[in-house]
Design a protein around this ligand. Structure first.
Ligand code: GDP
Ligand code: MG
Length: 597
């Protein structure tokens, strides 16, 4: 089929506006799957994605659609994640497309990721087709939302398609708009092969699978391919498309989106953003590729039982095969023993990794409080970066501590502006802009990333009754008056509990943290003193009183099986506890900082 009949497009949206539902609807309409196979949300394939209702990895479907003009088109749909942690996946998906459907919930209106994702699409030169979804809801206000799209994003939305992904209403209109408004791919089928790796993952049966967008040329099985960045050659074993089921094809050619299997064992040699060409007839230049993504949030992951260390390393290694953005390296903590310092894109990413380790790999973990990267200017002029507060060098050697600052964009209905501004100020935000746009207000703030990582998102949702939305990007490192807050348990510093905070809030945070610790640390056989300190200066002291009775005393003389049961019960309850010195500290205590105001 000629390129004239191909359309490559993505769906972009703020989370929950109906992107996955629409993708499924489109696949169903094009007969990609039968009714029986049409389990809910087919493109969200990971269990966790389905349960949480979010898309983490982009998925694709090559579909055939007979348009109202009677011609058959090949529609390549590339689904994208909507959460702020995964915006880089959106730009990758868009690099494979000529167009994007901008899905906006007609009852909610424009939200922060609607704007961010739409700008990403415009920057990449992709044609944007606005879709007003959930038109079936009585609360839908299409006219107002059209005005919002025009006011806030600044694109023409007069011919936005009205649809309901849920009922199927208007979905054919969407596909007609895809065909008439999104241009077919351009590319030269006779030029040397150039295919962009959009995604790659490890499959236990066939090794590395590369999802590519072919820009120029043709690729067939038995061709010898060259990966231009990694400079490795491989024999192409199979090419094909996802419908979303895997379907082998005789070839992939310019304009196509499909997969390549070439017996590659190392995910590292099939890097996302690399260009695939032919070894015997290579392209002169690789395609531009993508910016490397950097983790923003770090936390220590430690096995509860130290003999699980190797298992944890194996599990991380396996996870990394399908999640290139996950970083980890061995780390030792005086309190927690051997574990790993891991880098994540954001808190949701951390949460997902932790949950997968626990569920898919059956690990019992202690996770330390998340932190950002700090840049330290030493007195001798050297600049170092630390991603673990307990590694902060001696203060006498430090000239300044710099923290990462983000640009945050918040969209919020007028009624909640006051509360959001108060919150941003509390979090050391500096307002850069405030714009009234119809019913909504767009706020721009510069904020320390560290404050946002803590619990900003939850707070933002709660002060705005769920209406405010947030998007952010890293801006720069900036010097700030920061101090290290230590927690001492029975006079011993617990390195895994140290954190870096602003001096102005350090007193309050120290007191609250110590109080929270007292609540969270269970009573032991003896008194436990919890202190919060900055250097030698003790800010707060709390006492966890000793247990009065030995639990086992109750069983004295009782039958042995009951005693055993009680011991087992205690053991199970202990699962997520770590022995630090002679005190048992539960997982929650390590995350206590996330739970104070
Ligand atoms: P995503 O996060 O953008 O992928 O959103 P989903 O496709 O997971 O949809 C979020 C929620 O909105 C789900 O509960 C859907 O059932 C619901 N939803 C999606 N489209 C429609 C629609 O057209 N009408 C109504 N009433 N609900 C919808
Ligand atoms: Mg989704």
């Amino acid at each position: 089929r000629s390129m004239k009949h191909i359309r490559n497009f993505s769906i972009i949206a703020h989370i929950d506006h109906g992107k996955s539902t629409l993708a499924d609807r489109i696949i169903h309409l094009c007969g990609g799957l039968s009714d029986r196979e049409m389990e809910s949300q087919v493109l969200d394939s990971m269990d966790l994605e389905r349960e949480r209702g979010i898309t983490i990895k982009a998925q694709t479907a090559a579909l055939e659609y007979k348009a109202r003009d009677g011609q058959v088109y090949q529609l390549n749909l590339i689904d994208t994640p909507g959460h702020v942690d995964f915006t880089y996946e959106v730009s990758r998906s868009l690099a494979a497309c000529e167009g994007a459907l901008l899905v906006v919930d007609a009852s909610q209106g424009v939200e922060a990721q609607t704007v961010a994702n739409c700008y990403t699409a415009i920057e990449q030169g992709v044609e944007v087709v606005a879709v007003l979804n959930k038109i079936d809801l009585p609360s839908a206000e299409p006219e107002r939302v059209i005005a919002e799209i025009e006011d806030i994003i600044g694109i023409d939305a007069q011919d936005a398609v009205r649809a309901s992904a849920k009922s199927g209403l208007g979905v054919e209109d969407i596909l007609d708009a895809v065909i008439s408004r999104i241009p077919p791919p351009k590319g030269n089928i006779d030029a040397p092969l150039k295919a962009l790796i959009i995604d790659s993952w490890f499959d236990n049966y066939v090794g590395v699978v590369m999802l590519v967008r072919v820009v120029d040329g043709v690729l067939k099985p038995k061709d010898k391919i060259l990966l231009m960045a990694s400079q490795t050659t491989h024999l192409c074993e199979q090419v094909g498309v996802f419908t979303p089921k895997t379907k082998a094809r005789a070839q992939l050619s310019a304009g196509d989106v499909g997969f390549i299997i070439a017996g590659i064992k190392e995910l590292n040699s099939a890097k996302v953003g690399d260009t695939v060409t032919l070894a015997n007839n290579p392209a002169a230049e690789p395609l531009p590729g993508f910016k490397e993504i950097q983790p923003q949030v770090f936390a220590g992951l430690y096995p509860v039982e130290s003999h699980d260390y190797d298992a944890l390393r194996d599990a991380l290694e396996k996870l990394k095969l399908n999640d290139a953005s996950l970083q980890y390296e061995p780390e030792t903590s005086q309190a927690l023993g051997f574990g790993f310092r891991c880098g994540f894109l954001g808190l949701l990413h951390l949460d997902i990794v932790q949950e997968r380790l626990e569920r898919e790999y059956d690990m019992d973990l202690i996770t330390t409080a998340p932190t950002v990267i700090y840049q330290i200017l030493m007195k001798d002029g050297e600049v170092i970066e630390i991603e673990n507060p307990s590694r902060l060098p001696d203060l006498s050697k430090i000239e300044e501590i710099r923290e990462p600052i983000i640009n945050a964009t918040i969209l919020v209905p007028q009624d909640y502006v006051g509360a959001v501004i108060t919150l941003c100020t509390e979090k050391r935000g500096m307002q850069r802009n405030m714009q009234y746009m119809g019913r909504q207000v767009m706020l721009s703030y510069e904020m320390p990333m560290n404050e946002v990582v803590m619990d900003f998102f939850d707070k933002l949702k709660s002060v705005s009754r769920g209406y405010a939305s947030l998007d952010y990007e890293f801006k720069e490192f900036r010097a700030s008056d920061l101090v290290k807050l230590d927690i001492l348990v029975n006079s011993e510093k617990v390195d895994a509990l140290s954190l870096i905070v602003h001096r102005n809030t350090s007193q309050r945070r120290g007191r609250e943290l110590a109080a929270k610790m007292r609540e969270l640390i269970p009573r032991q056989m003896y008194d436990v003193a919890v202190q919060a300190a900055i250097g030698a200066n003790i800010l707060a002291r709390e006492n966890v009183k000793a247990l009065r009775k030995n639990v086992l005393a109750k069983c004295y003389g009782g039958d042995i099986s009951r005693k055993r049961k009680l011991l087992e019960k205690q053991k199970a309850g202990k699962k997520r506890m770590k022995q630090v010195g002679n005190v048992e500290i539960p997982q929650e205590a390590f995350l206590a900082i996330l739970k104070i105001d």
